[in-house]
Design a protein around this ligand. Structure first.
Ligand code: 6MZ
Length: 325
C-alpha cells in the first residue's frame, strides 16, 4: 500500500479547487470571531456546504482579505508538491472593488509562487434566474477571460445542484459564449439525468465534467470526445451520502472511455488535502504507485493550460528526480 508520506512527495495536479472552499477553517476563524467551524463530513449534508460558502463570503469581504486567502490556499497546494493548480472562483465585487480587480488580485498573488497556477472563472448556477441573466453573466465572464489571456484558461459552471437553472438558462447562454472557451461543468452531483444528457448534447466546448456521481445508466460517451471526469472523493462522499469510499463511483467511471482526475474540491470545508484524497482513493481501491502516477498524467492531459506538453515534461522530470532519490 502506498503511504500518505510517499503520496505527499509525488508531483501532483489539481484541476478542481474552488478558492473560497479551499480556505481553511482555522484561517477563517482567525480572521473573524463570527465564523463558526462546520463539519459536513460527519453528518453528511450537501445543503450545509452551500451555507458554508455563504459564511466564507461574510469573512472575505475586501481585496486584502482575498489576497491573504489566495496566498494561504496556493501555499497549501505548493507545500504538498502540487506542480499545476487550476484554481476556480466566482468573480465578485468586494466592497468598492470591481470583478477585474478581483481577478487581478488572484493573478498577482498566484504569480508569487513557483507553482504553475491558472484560473477558471466560475458561473454559479444559483445566481441566474432567467435566460437574460445567464446571457449577461456569460458575456461578462468572456470579457473577464479576454482581459486576462495568460491567466484565465476556461469557464466552470458550479453552484447548488438543487437549483435547476442549467437546462433552461445556463446551457443556452453558454452556446453563445464567445470566444468559445473550454468548459467544465458540475453535473450529476445529485441525480439529474435530464441535465447530464442536455449538457452532453449542447453545442459548447465541453471538455470536463465535475463530479458525475450519478450518470444515466444508459450513458454512451464517445471516446473521440476525450472527456475527463473530475473526481473529488471526500466531497462526493458528502454529496452521495456514502458511509465508505469503497462505494464511490470510481468503480464505474474507471471503465468509461474518459480520463480521470482526482481533486480536493473544497479542502478547507472538507479538511482534506490533495495527497489525502489520493491516499483515501488508493486505500479504497487498492491503487498502486503507478496507478497514482497515471492519474496525474491523465489530469495533465485534461488541463486547460495552453501548453500541456511542457507541463507533462516538467512533471516527468520531477518524477524522475524522485525515483533517483
Ligand atoms: C457545486 C460548488 C461545490 O467561487 O467563491 N462550489 N458547487 N458543488 C460543490 N460541491 C461541494 N463546492 C464549491 O468558491 C465557492 C463556490 O464554489 C462552488 C459554489 O458555487 C460556491 O459558492 P468561490 O471561490
Amino acid at each position: 500500500m502506498v503511504s500518505l508520506e510517499r503520496i505527499e512527495a509525488l508531483p501532483k495536479v489539481e484541476l478542481h479547487a474552488h478558492l473560497s472552499g479551499s480556505v481553511s477553517q482555522e484561517f477563517l476563524a482567525a480572521r473573524s470571531p463570527e465564523f463558526r467551524p462546520v463539519d459536513v463530513v460527519g453528518p453528511r449534508s450537501l445543503g450545509k456546504c452551500f451555507e458554508y460558502f455563504r459564511a466564507v463570503s461574510r469573512v472575505i469581504v475586501d481585496l486584502p482579505g482575498l489576497a491573504a486567502s489566495t496566498r494561504h490556499v496556493v501555499s497549501a497546494f505548493a507545500a504538498e508538491e502540487c506542480v499545476y493548480l487550476e484554481l476556480r472562483t466566482t468573480p465578485k465585487r468586494l466592497g468598492a472593488a470591481t470583478e477585474v480587480e478581483y481577478v487581478e488580485t488572484v493573478r498577482r498573488v498566484a504569480a508569487e509562487f513557483e507553482l504553475d497556477v491558472k484560473l477558471l472563472l466560475s458561473l454559479d448556477r444559483g445566481t441566474v434566474g432567467s435566460l437574460e441573466e445567464a446571457l449577461a453573466r456569460v458575456k461578462r465572464l468572456a470579457d473577464l477571460a479576454t482581459a486576462f489571456p495568460d491567466f484565465v484558461v476556461g469557464i466552470d459552471v458550479c453552484g447548488d445542484p438543487r437549483v435547476k437553472t442549467l437546462v433552461p438558462y445556463v446551457l443556452p447562454a453558454l452556446e453563445h459564449l464567445s470566444p468559445r472557451l473550454p468548459l467544465t461543468i458540475h453535473t450529476g452531483e445529485i441525480r439529474d439525468d435530464e441535465e447530464v444528457r442536455a449538457i452532453l448534447n449542447a453545442d459548447i466546448d465541453l471538455r470536463r465534467l465535475g463530479h458525475a456521481c450519478f450518470l444515466p445508466e444508459d450513458i454512451m460517451i464517445d471516446e473521440r470526445r476525450n472527456f475527463t471526469i473530475e473526481l473529488c472523493p471526500t466531497s462526493n462522499l458528502v454529496a452521495m451520502n456514502l458511509a465508505d469510499l469503497t462505494d464511490h463511483h470510481f468503480t464505474d467511471v474507471r471503465h468509461l472511455p474518459v480520463r480521470l482526475s482526482v481533486n480536493t474540491d473544497d479542502r478547507g470545508l472538507f479538511n482534506c488535502s490533495l495527497s489525502s484524497e489520493l491516499h483515501d482513493l488508493a486505500v479504497a481501491f487498492d491503487l498502486s504507485w503507478d496507478d497514482l502516477v497515471d492519474l496525474q498524467r491523465q489530469a495533465i492531459r485534461a488541463a486547460f493550460h495552453p501548453d500541456t506538453d511542457s507541463l507533462l515534461a516538467a512533471f516527468e522530470s520531477k518524477l524522475a528526480a524522485l525515483d533517483d532519490d
